[in-house]
Design a protein around this ligand. Structure first.
Ligand code: A2P
Length: 330
C-alpha cells in the first residue's frame, strides 16, 4: 500500500482530489495533507478520520512518499515537485509548470499512458482534457487533421478567487481577480497575452492537444473565453477528419466510447449543459453537425466538470492507471 500526499488540500481542486481518492477506491497506507502557511493547522475529515493540514517545507518534501497529488500553482510545483521526485515519489501535478517538458508525461488515461522517464506526471489543462477524450475516439476511427476550439469556461477554473468575483459581482462589488467584471459579462481573455495575440490558455490548448494525441503536426487553433458560470466548462470543437464520414457515424462512435456520453436530441431541447455536467465524471457531447463551410468538418458541443474530469478526477485516474498497470519509474 502507498504513502500518499496531497499538496493544496485546502484548495478547490485539492478538496476534490480527496473526494476522488475515495470515489475511485484508491488504497493507501498513509495520507498527509499539505497547504501553505496560511491554512496550516486546519482540520480536514476524510473517510471518518481527522487530518491536520501541514505547511509544506523543503524538509517535509524530502520525506518519502510513493505518490504526491499536487495542485498548489506553478511556482509551488516548480519548487517542490523535484524535491518529492528526488525522494522517490511520483508527483501528479495539476499546474502547467512541467506540461511541455520533453521528458515529462502529459496524461489523459483514456488517451495515453505514462512512460515515466521522470517522477513527475503532468495533468493537462482543464479544457484540453475534456476535448481530447472525444477527439481520441474520432482520431482512432477517422484520423483528425485540424481542430479549432472555442471555450466557455467556468469561474471555478480560477480557484476560490474566481468564484468570489462572480458572487461579489452579483452584489455590485468590483472584481478582485479578473481585469473586468465577470458578472453579467463575457471575457475573451484567460491567462496572460502572448506576442502572437493568443493567450497562454489558448496556447496551452494548442500545444497540449498535439502532445497528448501524439500528433505533433496537427493544425490546432483556440479561443478561450471566461463566462459567468460557476462550474463546468463548455467547449465548441470544430474538427476536420481525414476519412470522409457522416454525423450518424460520429454519433455511433461516441455511443460506444468509454467515459463519453452522447446527448443529442435537439428537437426535444436535449444537448450537453454545464449545469448537468457538474458533479459528473463523464465528458458530454452533442449538437453534432456538419460544418458546411469546410470539407469533412464537424461541430461538437462538449461539456465536463472542470474541477473533476478537468482536474481532480483526471489526476486520480492517472494514479489509478499507475496502480492498475503496475507502472513504475524507469
Ligand atoms: P492555502 O489554503 O494555505 O492558501 P486554490 O487554487 O483553490 O486557491 O487553491 C490553492 C491551494 O494551493 C491551496 O490549498 C493553497 O493553500 C495551496 N498553496 C498555495 N501556496 C502553497 C505553497 N507554497 N505550499 C503549499 N501549498 C500551497
Amino acid at each position: 500500500m502507498s504513502k500518499i500526499a496531497v499538496v493544496g488540500a485546502t484548495g478547490l481542486v485539492g478538496e476534490n482530489m480527496l473526494k476522488m481518492l475515495e470515489k475511485q477506491n484508491i488504497p493507501f497506507e498513509s495520507l498527509v495533507l499539505f497547504s501553505s502557511e496560511k491554512s496550516a493547522g486546519k482540520e480536514i475529515t476524510f473517510q471518518g478520520k481527522t487530518y491536520i493540514v501541514e505547511a509544506l517545507t523543503e524538509e517535509k518534501a524530502r520525506a518519502h512518499f510513493d505518490y504526491v497529488l499536487m495542485s498548489a500553482g506553478g511556482q509551488t510545483s516548480l519548487k517542490y515537485s523535484p524535491i518529492f521526485e528526488s525522494a522517490g515519489a511520483i508527483v501528479i501535478d495539476n499546474s502547467s509548470a512541467f506540461r511541455m517538458f520533453e521528458d515529462i508525461d502529459l496524461i489523459v488515461p483514456e488517451v495515453n499512458e505514462p512512460k515515466l522517464k521522470r517522477g513527475i506526471i503532468a495533468n493537462p489543462n482543464c479544457s484540453t482534457i475534456q476535448s481530447v477524450v472525444p477527439l481520441k475516439y474520432l482520431n482512432d476511427q477517422f484520423g483528425i487533421t485540424r481542430v479549432n476550439y472555442t471555450t466557455y469556461q467556468a469561474v471555478s477554473g480560477s480557484g476560490v478567487k474566481g468564484k468570489q468575483d462572480l458572487l461579489n459581482g452579483e452584489k455590485g462589488l468590483p472584481p478582485q481577480n479578473y481585469p473586468h467584471p465577470i458578472y453579467n459579462n463575457v471575457l475573451p481573455h484567460i491567462d496572460d497575452f502572448l506576442e502572437n495575440g493568443y493567450t497562454k490558455e489558448e496556447q496551452k490548448m494548442i500545444d497540449e492537444t498535439r502532445k497528448i494525441l501524439n500528433l505533433p503536426d496537427l493544425k490546432v487553433s483556440a479561443t478561450c473565453v471566461r463566462v459567468p458560470v460557476l462550474d463546468s466548462h463548455s467547449v465548441l470543437i470544430n474538427v476536420t477528419l481525414d476519412k470522409p464520414t457522416t454525423v450518424e457515424e460520429i454519433k455511433r462512435v461516441f455511443e460506444s466510447a468509454e467515459h463519453v456520453v452522447l446527448i443529442d436530441n435537439p428537437s426535444n431541447n436535449e444537448y450537453p449543459l454545464a449545469i448537468n455536467s457538474t458533479g459528473k465524471d463523464e465528458v458530454f457531447v452533442g449538437r453534432i453537425r456538419q460544418d458546411d463551410s469546410l470539407d469533412n468538418t464537424f461541430y461538437i458541443w462538449c461539456t465536463a466538470d472542470n474541477l473533476l474530469k478537468g482536474a481532480a478526477l483526471n489526476a486520480v485516474q492517472i494514479l489509478k492507471q499507475l496502480l492498475d498497470k503496475g507502472l513504475k519509474r524507469q
